[in-house]
Design a protein around this ligand. Sequence first.
Ligand code: GCB
Length: 601
Amino acid sequence: TFIGGTLYPQASETRDLKRLDGIWKFRKSPTDPEYGQRNGWYEQDLEKTGPVIDMPVPSSYNDVGEDPSLRDHVGLVWYDRRFYVPGWWQTTGQRVWLRFSSVQYAALVYVNGQAATYHEIGHLPFEVEITDMVSYNTSNLLTVVVDNTLLSDTVPQGIIKDIFVGNNKIRQEQTYTFDFFNYAGIHRSVFLYSTPQIYIDDVIVNTDIQGLTGFVVYNVTYKGNSRAQCFVQLYDKVGNQVTAANECAGLLEIGNANFWWPYLMHPEPGYLYTLKTSLIGSLGEIIDTYSLKVGIRTVTWTNTSIYINDKPIYLRGFGMHEDSDLRGKGWDPVLWVKNFNLIKWIGANAFRTSHYPYAEEIYQLADEHGIMVIDECPSVDTDIFSDSLLEKHKQSLTELIRRDKNHASVIMWSISNEPRSANIRADAYFQKVAKHVKSMDLSRPITIAIAQSHIADRAGQHLDVISFNRYNGWYSNTGSLLNIASNVADEATAFNIRYNKPIIMMEYGADTIAGLHLLPEYVWSEEYQVALMSEHFKAFDRLRQAGFFVGEFIWNFADFKTAQTITRVGGNKKGIFTRSRQPKASAHHLRERYLALAAAD
Ligand code: GCB
């Protein structure tokens, strides 16, 4: 299995960086998946082998056209573009790298007609060295074949059905049980970058605190065919060097340190130092440098509480999605700067990356603003529990933890959403997944957003924190507010009694059409969403007194697109913001609560 692209690419005095974002050429493949290969679509520009359309990168391809056959396409699509490699990269002996921040779901990459790499599982970066495949000072051809097919052993899982007219198979149809649209394409930025021959491959940091002193435990690993020395420097926020060291792995001690604190818990939340790491050659010359933002904080937990820097925290947040009009799951800085402004406006301090890893830039924003992240792998509605699925599920976590291990904002791993954890096989399966995560990272608790009852579930014993999703007053007792508060309090308590671990309500909510007003409150109206929330708040306040309840996450931050069903009106409408990020009445209601909770922190 291929792993790479661990460090977010950056330009420095030793590295150059170009984004290959923009408008690429695009063509859907016929149902026969071999067709494009057989006809040499990768050997020359796509526009020479057939009709093409314009396709923005990054973006999902589904919603940019007018044609349902593009939106609902199942199988392969082809993208290509040309790129230029500067001659000085060659004369200075640079290595050339191509990095994809995320392609949903699988990608086969060609450079100048040569197969360069293959990667499966969306939402996670991969990269390949292409030094020997490129021509310098001229244009090169980059072709990417993307497959959105989800099967019983992909992460997430799906089912493919053949659709016949008479005896003729006319197309395939993808179905899946998860509740968000299976957007596909080159979803995040594509980078072309250079490194020296000997280059920094990874930097790992862990932090600790004793009194007023902060500690940064670091490990710089490099690759290349000769040895180098390391030099590391830690800078504070205004650029003053705080400390330095000469080893590739070691411990930095920062007296009177500024710690990383969550939003609204400290006057200066999200404090970040910069760790500049350098490789030094035998003549004392700088060979390579890479800089990393570091927040000094601890995460600890007991069977009742979670602590940041030894202070107990109460998580106020949402489940979210990477989702917006037109671009689907395409990375969009406008959308995410707006999202962070809204998160802060509403007084939240946390979100979960439901139901897959988000773009790396989002974690950088979370680090900076002190927003705590429950980082979820792409396994949603996990079912069947085969060995091949287990391997891929573990692989998704390997790649997730390698990518996100250094973010101060990431305080917990979510290893699945709503697995079918009543299944007898779920026990051994999640024992193995949990053990795998612990073999990579002991510094953060793990959780699952459980949908099974506290009696039926078999996964909770393997977790540090129990999260549960429940739609009282919506999927059960629709339209009735009567028993919500007692049901929520009873169930959280029952989970706590069974597992003796901290409890989070990870999802609750009600679909709401913005602008629909009905009094007395009635399902789908703004009044009903607000009233349903108030009943939950009563339960949360009661549970907070009980001492084991550590967080509330409303479903969802914003309305989002789903597959077409009769239970969804243009998508899931449980957002407290609309898809264009305007508040429903519920957003004002939640803001009042979150700001009051923050003030009591
Ligand atoms: C859930 C799922 C989430 C759905 C939500 C709903 O339990 O975890 O993906 O969108 O319910 O609205 O049905």
